[in-house]
Design a protein around this ligand. Structure first.
Ligand code: ZN
Ligand code: ZN
Ligand code: FE
Length: 745
């Protein structure tokens, strides 16, 4: 064996801070009898090891092959140095440097911590803030990098002797865990209820559980903000929460104790099970199989959003049944996350409060994912995912993309990486604009990106675009077409090269078109640099904008008008429209007054839902389409046919005939879904004949419909089909596409 000492420096980049990298390096080096040091730099982790060639090589191998479970190693570079002797291996206090490191997302409580949490003999038995190097909050408590306790909101909590001993013991799994805490030194859980005074710690958790058992509503501070919780099996409690929150019909998410309890409520496949129990813990949309929950949890749908506890505070509350766990906000506003603010804004909703004194730096809503045919289809990418970096297919200058006005997220990018911030929400509230400003600046802090230009949607009246102009500070502000951004985001997600071309289907509700029309049923031949419109859903007049979005019966009447079908009283969508409104609407449709042409596929789904009588008026975006799909799922009973040039008129006429013949709305819906899938197939075929075999991108909010997605991917089985699986197909992924289009040229 070669006994000569060598010394080697390793620089590791990626998600390597807050994921136990320094303890890992220490433990590995110690085991291999290597001397040297490890430290965080703002570029990542810097390591120097010295020992025999074999041991140093082995160290490099483990770094490569078996890094800590939640790290994402982007690159490892090595430099040979002269041996210099020394003894022991040390962890250096963080040194600043140049370059960039990636902050970790928040991590759900790990199984080792859970075992301690459940062990009456453990000193952290039922501790609400138990965590280790592999779990606990990160993104939401980090104020700046490098990641150390002093740069997080754990700073005020001085470690007790026992915690400090674990923190500095290389053989301990809390070695250098920045969130380490216990009953003696950690944050405090507090319960309060009106004038009844307050309790702390275990008593607080027990009091909160009692409140829930009484059918009351609890505001509970978790990782990324406040939730409003109530017993999900209690009709009165759920209804009261809906009324107080002004929530309308939008489904509530439900937190269950464990996978077993989840299985008693919903159908869970292998991928969904691993998402539910993994370290990211999103809400997973799953098909209901039981009537155990209150019908008011998810009215009109067949899916329920399920999640498992991800913080020890939740664990304390989930001893019993499933709980509704919905964001702590009033309808439409951003999630509350500061104690004083929450107590003000949620005071009319909550009957009691479970708070704690560890501050949240930025709010972060729960992520939402649907699994379709065993593949992740994100609906909201937020807690547990933000701010994981996304690789770019080409190098970009530092840029900020502000996203769209619905389901907003923003993104920064530089070099070969982009970072998407957490879900901000719909930009129609002043409070949301403030949340956007905070999210953007936190993202800049954590990534070190200083954008030299800004990109926004081309819609002239988007609030996000106005924000970009207001905050440009003289930097150029570019604009990107909505549906081009949708398609480019998917190209980027799949790493398509800078000069790649695709056939993109972007089907959604609304996006500003280059001709000023409201686009939304778009088939584009696209690359990053530009696009040509291959086809689009034939225009119908959209009368009165938002009014027609909220009242699908108006879209049904518009489509009937275009298809030359009489507005007969026999149709429920006609009856739903008051006679005076009908008169004005007819005048508008005939003269074009107050109308904008639209090719929106989302609005066509609305119209069909109204034609079948499933829904005339919606309470939240896409409700009509969601309920139409819920009724149609699993039904296979033929298909309607679109006309040439993507003309929906033959479909509308066939639906009216079926409605007249008393055909079940679910069957009509199923025939419509298949018509859309066949349409996609035929347009793809025709385009293949014309422009050759291009990958086919399916994106836009319409493809969040699991039936449409399954049918379309099946119909395109002999094509290369790219569907978003990392980012949402809805406007939540738009900013990533803006980065790519805005940087390509
Ligand atoms: Zn842990
Ligand atoms: Zn302690
Ligand atoms: Fe969109």
């Amino acid at each position: 064996m070669n006994r000569t000492s060598v010394r080697r420096a390793f620089t590791v980049t990626g998600v390597v801070q807050g994921v136990g990298f320094r303890p890992f390096a220490y433990a590995t080096a110690t085991e291999l009898s290597l001397t040297g040091f490890v430290g965080n730099t703002s570029a990542g982790v810097a390591i120097e090891v010295e020992g025999t060639v074999d041991a140093v090589d082995e160290f490099g191998r483990r770094l490569q092959d078996a890094p800590p479970p939640h790290s994402v190693v982007e690159s490892i570079s090595t430099t040979e140095l002269a041996a210099r002797g020394g003894s022991g291996f040390r962890i250096d206090e963080s040194v600043s440097g140049t370059g960039r490191t990636f902050a970790s997302p928040d991590l759900a409580m790990c199984s080792e911590c859970l075992a301690e949490f459940d062990d009456p003999n453990d000193r952290r038995y039922r501790h609400p803030f138990i965590s280790c190097t592999n779990c606990g909050p990160r993104f939401t408590i980090i104020e700046s990098l490098p990641y150390d306790r002093d740069s997080t909101t754990m700073r005020p909590f001085r470690m007790c002797a026992a915690c400090a001993a674990e923190y500095s013991d290389p053989s301990d799994r809390r070695f250098h865990a920045q969130t380490v805490a216990c009953w003696n030194c950690g944050p405090t859980l507090t319960f309060s209820r009106g004038v009844h005074g307050a309790s702390i710690g275990q008593t607080a958790a027990a009091d909160a559980a009692t409140l829930l058992a009484e059918g009351k509503i609890l505001a509970v501070k978790g990782i990324g903000g406040y939730h409003l919780a109530c017993d999900a099996t209690d009709d009165d409690a759920v209804r009261r929460l809906r009324t107080r929150k002004r929530r309308g019909d939008k489904p509530f998410a439900v937190m269950v104790r464990d996978l077993q309890q989840a299985r008693s409520l919903v159908d869970i496949g292998p991928r969904a099970a691993s998402l539910l129990t993994g370290s990211r813990r999103p809400i997973v949309l799953l098909e209901s199989v039981s009537g155990a929950l209150s019908a008011d949890v998810a009215p009109g749908g067949r899916d329920i959003g399920i999640m498992l506890p991800y913080s020890p505070v939740h664990q304390l509350l989930l001893e019993h049944g499933p709980l509704v766990m919905t964001s702590g906000n009033l309808g439409g506003e951003p999630i509350t996350y500061r104690n004083d603010d929450a107590h003000q804004r949620l005071t009319s909703i909550a009957d009691g409060w479970l708070d704690h004194d560890r501050d949240i730096v930025v709010p972060c809503d729960d992520s939402v994912i649907r699994v379709v045919d065993e593949v992740d289809r994100p609906i909201r990418r937020s807690r547990g995912y933000a701010p994981m970096p996304l690789a770019l297919p080409f190098t970009v200058d530092p840029v900020l993309a502000v996203g769209g006005d619905l389901k907003n997220t923003c993104a920064v990018a530089d070099g070969r990486y982009a970072w998407l911030g957490q879900h901000v929400g719909d930009m129609d509230h002043l409070a949301t604009l403030d949340a956007f400003t905070d999210s953007e600046s936190h993202l800049e802090t954590l990534t070190g990106v200083r954008p030299s230009h800004v990109v926004s949607d081309s819609h002239p009246n988007y609030r996000s675009s106005a924000w970009a102009r207001r905050h440009s500070d003289g930097r150029p502000v570019g604009s990107v077409s909505h549906h081009h951004a949708h398609i480019a985001a998917v190209m980027g997600e799949y790493g398509l090269e800078a000069d790649a071309e695709v056939l993109g289907f972007a089907f959604d509700g609304t996006g500003y078109g280059t001709d000023g029309a409201v686009w939304g049923g778009e088939i584009l031949h696209a690359g990053y640099k530009g696009f040509a419109r291959v086809a689009h859903l034939k225009y119908v007049p959209l009368a009165g904008g938002d009014v027609s979005v909220l009242r699908p019966y108006r879209m049904a009447l518009a489509h009937l008008h275009s298809a030359g079908v009489e507005w007969s009283e026999g149709l429920s969508c006609v009856r739903a429209c008051p006679v005076p409104e009908r008169r004005v609407l007819r005048h508008q449709l005939e003269t074009g007054f107050g109308c904008v042409p639209t090719s929106s596929m989302g609005r066509l789904f609305d119209a069909v839902a109204a034609l079948t009588g499933i829904r005339d008026i919606v309470d939240y975006e896409a409700q009509a389409a969601i309920e139409l799909e819920a009724r149609s799922r699993h039904i296979d009973s033929g298909a309607y046919r679109f006309g040439d040039d993507v003309d929906p008129n033959p479909v509308i006429r066939a639906i009216v005939d079926d409605v007249g013949a008393g055909i079940d709305p679910g069957v009509i819906g199923a025939r419509f879904h298949r018509a859309v899938a066949n349409l996609v197939r035929s347009v793809a075929e025709r385009s293949r004949a014309r422009v050759g075999d291009l990958p086919v991108v399916l994106t836009g909010g319409v493809f969040q419909n699991p039936t449409i997605l399954s049918l379309c991917t099946a119909a395109l089985r002999d094509f290369t089909v790219l569907v978003p699986r990392v980012l949402p197909a809805n406007d939540g992924g738009l900013a990533f596409g803006q980065v790519l289009v805005g940087s390509a040229s």
